[in-house]
Design a protein around this ligand. Structure first.
Ligand SMILES: [Zn+2]
Length: 133
């Protein structure tokens, strides 16, 4: 995805604010470009996993879809590499076709953001994150 430095900064700020717990939310995309960020609460309040309120996520996804946007899920890894965990792969089955943006804070001074498509059979394919503007 294409994302400008200001939006990426907002994502990293959210991740740092919720650390050591994982943060989570949605990125609205228009033609592969990030246009808005929707912070969500990690109900699990855990450094190892995140849990979203489906009752809030479903209408948000529907409204993005109505506006002609795609949605990517984002969350942070505060201790491990920004690479999908088995928990993420399991969860991804519920959101096929959704891009997964992971903010890695294992090195607090150098946040690393990576993006992936997670297939229904558990395949993981990295997508480029291009910082633009
Ligand atoms: Zn994860």
């Amino acid at each position: 995805m294409l994302i400008d430095a200001a939006l990426l900064g907002q994502l990293i700020e959210h991740a740092q604010r919720d650390a050591p717990n994982e943060c989570c939310g949605l990125v609205a995309l228009s033609g592969g470009r990030a246009v808005a960020i929707y912070e969500m609460e990690n109900l699990a309040a855990s450094p190892l996993r995140f849990e979203v309120d489906g009752a809030k996520l479903a209408p948000l996804l529907a409204s993005l879809e109505d506006a002609g946007h795609e949605a990517a899920i984002y969350h942070s890894h505060t201790r491990s590499e920004p690479y999908p965990s088995q928990t993420d792969v399991n969860f991804a089955r519920w959101w096929p076709g959704c891009e997964w943006l992971i903010i890695g804070l294992a090195d607090r001074d150098t946040p690393v953001t990576r993006s992936f498509m997670i297939g229904e059979a558990g395949s993981i394919e990295e997508r480029e994150v291009v910082i633009d503007g």
